[in-house]
Structure formats: C-alpha cells, structure tokens
Write a protein that binds this ligand. Structure first.
Ligand SMILES: CC(C)(COP(=O)(O)OP(=O)(O)OC[C@H]1O[C@@H](n2cnc3c(N)ncnc32)[C@H](O)[C@@H]1OP(=O)(O)O)[C@@H](O)C(=O)NCCC(=O)NCCS
Length: 226
C-alpha cells in the first residue's frame, strides 16, 4: 500500500476512501494505488519519462506524474526501485521484465496497478468520476451484446465506458491492435469481457467514491509436474 505522508488531511481522506474501495475489488496478486492530482505533480516525472511523454499541456503532465508516482511506489513494494516508466509510441507504459501494470487519470485522481506476469498476463485500469455518462457518449460506447443490468442504474453507462477503456489497456500490450468500443463485449453481470481478438478478460469494479474498473487477463497456470 502506498502511503502519501505529505498529503493534507482532506486529500488523505479522499485517497484513503478510494484506496479501500479499490483494494476490496483487486485480486490478491494485484497491487493498486491512487493519488489526488495536485499542482507540482509533473515534478514526479523522471527526466526519461518526461522526454517520452509528448503531451505539453501542464494538466496532462501533472496527471502522468501523479500516476507514475503511485506506480513507482508499487514497484518498490515488489523490489524494483527508481524504475522509469516510459511511454511507448503506442501510448502504452513500459514495465520492468516480469511485471504488468496500468495507469489512468481523470481530472482529479490518478490510479495505478501492477502485478507479476506469472499471476496476471496483463492488466488494465481506468478511473472516472461517479456521474452518469452523457447519452451521446453512451450511444457510441454501448453495443447490443453488452450486459449491464446488474450495475447501478445511474452509473451503468459510466462503468461500461470505464470497463471498455480498461479492457483496451489490458489487451493492447498482448495483441497490439487498436480496438473500438464496438470491438469489446462487456458482461458486467458476470465480470467478464471478450474482445474481437478473442481475448477473455476478467473485470472488477467499484463505483464510490469514484468509478474504477480493473481488467485482467489470467496468467499462465503455474507448472505442476504430473
Ligand atoms: C488508452 C486510451 C483508451 C486511454 O484513454 P484516456 O482517457 O486518454 O486516458 P486514461 O487516463 O484513461 O489513461 C491514460 C493512460 O493509458 C495508458 N495507455 C495509453 N495508451 C495505451 C495503450 N495503447 N495500451 C495500454 N495503456 C495505454 C498510459 O499509461 C496513459 O497514461 P500516461 O498518459 O500517463 O502515459 C486512449 O489513449 C487510446 O489509446 N485510445 C485509442 C483506442 C480507443 O479509444 N478505443 C476505444 C476505447 S476501447
């Protein structure tokens, strides 16, 4: 667990309540963290990371710095120190050997997750504010095959949107294929998704204090001699 000892009390409270909700949904092998994005977070980008991120807008760099601050802490927990998480030309983050992970940020909060690849082949995460998805965006995101009736009625569209982005982030590093919303079928009731590339992805989500979806592709089962 990443503790942000320098956070003022109201920020610490927001982080702690989201962290609790995320830890409740994450599989045991997944380490997860969050950080309220604040002024100066761009300084958390290591020089190599800053060079790999082409976005010039201060808000984007701040968010990327916050996400990498979390991820570096999670990596340190598994013994990988001071690792620069570069942004590949595809946009995907580059993780150390043996580790998969994912980053996301909305306007206020950054999140990150990492796991060993022998437990989880690939991970995706997304974070969104807990507000209904506007109808015009829902029309772009939802497909007939999607199942979301067991989800919170007001937030089902938002969770679906968040799930498809998390699935995309988990599957892209495996298949290197750009997917649209229509290429991902989500069953929130079963906690599963399927991509047009044939990937089966597990889903876990929370809705409060923010919507966070974690998407994970199972790792190879451990070798057991017969
Ligand atoms: C990946 C993508 C969905 C991220 O969405 P976003 O709303 O811009 O940003 P988020 O805050 O959710 O996530 C940003 C993080 O995603 C990660 N990311 C970006 N491209 C990625 C990819 N191809 N694979 C895995 N992760 C990726 C990066 O770590 C990035 O963090 P950084 O900017 O600090 O480096 C988007 O950038 C993208 O590539 N879209 C093209 C395909 C698409 O939109 N299909 C429809 C949705 S399924």
């Amino acid at each position: 667990m990443i503790v942000d000892a320098a956070a003022p009390p109201e920020i610490a409270l927001a982080q702690t309540s989201l962290l609790r909700a995320m830890m409740a949904i994450a599989p045991k092998s997944v380490r997860i963290g969050c950080r309220v994005i604040r002024d100066g977070d761009e300084a958390h980008l290591l020089p190599e990371e800053a060079r790999s991120i082409l976005a010039r807008q201060p808000a984007m760099r701040r968010a990327s710095g916050a996400a990498r601050w979390i991820a570096r802490g999670l990596l340190a927990d598994v013994g990988v120190n001071d690792f620069a998480i570069l942004r590949a030309p595809s946009g995907a983050p580059v993780w150390p050997n043996g580790i998969t992970g994912s980053l996301a940020h909305d306007d206020e909060m950054a999140v990150a997750a990492v796991a060993p690849v022998d437990h989880v082949a690939s991970l995706g995460i997304d974070v969104e504010p807990p507000q209904p998805l506007p109808d015009d965006i829902l029309a772009l995101v939802a497909a007939r095959a999607d199942q979301a009736d067991a989800a919170d009625r007001h937030l089902a569209g938002r969770i679906l949107f968040c799930a498809k982005e998390a699935v995309y982030k988990a599957v892209y590093p495996l298949d290197r294929e750009i997917l649209g919303y229509e290429d991902i079928e989500v069953d929130l009731n079963a906690g599963r998704a399927m991509t047009k590339t044939g990937r089966e992805v597990n889903l876990a989500y929370c809705i409060a204090p923010r919507v966070v979806v974690l998407a994970f592709v199972d790792g190879a089962p451990p070798y057991s001699p017969s």
